[in-house]
Design a protein around this ligand. Structure first.
Ligand code: FES
Ligand SMILES: [Fe+2]
Length: 370
């Protein structure tokens, strides 16, 4: 798990003005609430007075009220009011981390890290979102009992489909093609590939629509950062799915996935539910495999696996992960878990770069490279 990337926190309609939305990402409890101007805020959940859970409190006058002794924190993370003190006596240390927010596609995203704005990796832009000729399904959120890297690697793996996905017609890839390394196209924050599937047996089962049957399907996948995965499926020039998976590692064993499905055909809204159900059926086929992978995380030692050319995108993903680890952004999960009983951490927010005097230590990070 890495700090300094954008993570999905909640669906927009879960972030409201009178009650906090409590969630866990990167092993840390977070809260989100909306102020009366409509802006969403994402804060560390731990009250720095004596450890109250802000997410169990309530929102009043654009502040989150701790349920234990009523301290109030603004969207900027600063304590605005302590019931037992005059307001001008609120200690400077009384503040919690507050994270930059972007709200897009019906999702509230937070930048969980301390980089200044100009250095931040991007939140992936869905160019076709809201444009003519494309329709987005309602956001689908589902949780998987797996480490998120396993989930992303699964999405980057074209050779599992014929074995795992009868609901899609078990799409098979040309064997000669699979014997060669995937041709990855690298970008600054990730990589992608396109391949062709023989669709002879795919026929109509995936879409329950005989008119969509075509002999070849072009498809591909890519990733941006450690937790954003994209799949393109092109049946014809006009009939396409673009699928976006924004993944939030809840902790070292669980992942929450925010799924945006875009399509250029079957645009009638009455198709939405049917397509969501098909997508969830396919996702369930993946989940049944992912939840049984052993070990839960990818092995620390590469010789504990045997990788072949068709694993090229997985290898590419791990190379990028290594770069981000070398930057010193990878959370030291073992250190974080070892001290859980009497120590809590916060993901450092950008304000830590410009002001001191923070109560909670930042999450422990693995040392970076040279
Ligand atoms: S623990 Fe939050 S106000 Fe005391
Ligand atoms: Fe799959």
């Amino acid at each position: 798990m890495y700090i300094n990337f954008w993570y999905p926190i909640a669906k927009s309609d879960e972030v409201i003005t009178y009650e906090p939305h409590r969630t866990k990402v990167l092993g840390q409890q977070l809260i989100a609430f909306r102020d009366t101007q409509g802006a969403a805020h994402v804060l560390s959940d731990v009250c720095i007075h004596r450890g109250g859970a802000l997410g169990k409190g309530w929102v009043r006058d654009d502040t989150i009220v701790c349920p234990y002794h009523g301290w109030r924190f603004g969207g900027d993370g600063l304590c605005k009011h302590i019931p037992t003190l005059d307001d001008d006596k609120v200690p400077a240390r009384a503040k919690v981390d507050s994270y930059p927010v972007q709200e897009k596609y019906g999702i509230v995203f937070a930048f969980l890290g301390d980089l200044p704005e100009e250095e931040r990796p991007p939140l992936h832009n869905i160019e076709e979102f809201g444009t003519d000729g494309w329709r987005a399904n309602k956001i689908v959120v589902f949780e998987v009992k797996t480490f998120y890297e396993r989930s992303i690697e699964n999405g980057l793996d074209p050779s599992h489909n014929e074995f795992v996905h009868p609901a899609q017609g078990s799409p098979t890839m040309n064997r000669d093609f699979l014997k060669n390394p995937l041709e990855m196209q690298d970008g600054p924050w990730g990589s992608e590939f396109l391949v062709t599937f023989d669709n002879k047996v795919t026929d109509t089962r995936a879409l329950s629509d005989p008119s969509q049957a075509v002999p070849l399907v072009t498809a591909g996948s890519g990733y941006v950062g450690p937790n954003q995965m994209i799949t393109w499926i092109r049946f014809t020039e006009d009939n396409m799915f673009h699928q976006y998976f924004f993944e939030a590692p809840i902790d070292e064993n669980n992942t929450r996935i925010f799924f945006v499905n875009m399509r250029t055909f079957m645009l009638d809204p009455e198709n939405d539910n049917r397509l969501v159900n098909i997508n969830l059926t396919v996702a369930k086929e993946d989940i049944d495999i992912l939840e049984e992978l052993d070990p839960v995380c990818t092995p620390a030692n590469p010789s504990d696996e045997v990788l072949v050319p068709s694993d090229g995108a997985v290898i590419s993903y791990r190379k990028f992960l290594k770069q981000w680890r070398d930057k010193g952004w990878r959370i030291d999960i073992d250190a974080m878990c070892a001290s859980r009983r009497n120590k809590t951490y916060a993901i450092p927010c950008p304000s830590r770069r410009t002001s001191g005097n923070w109560v909670l230590d930042p999450v422990p990070l693995l040392p970076g490279g040279d």
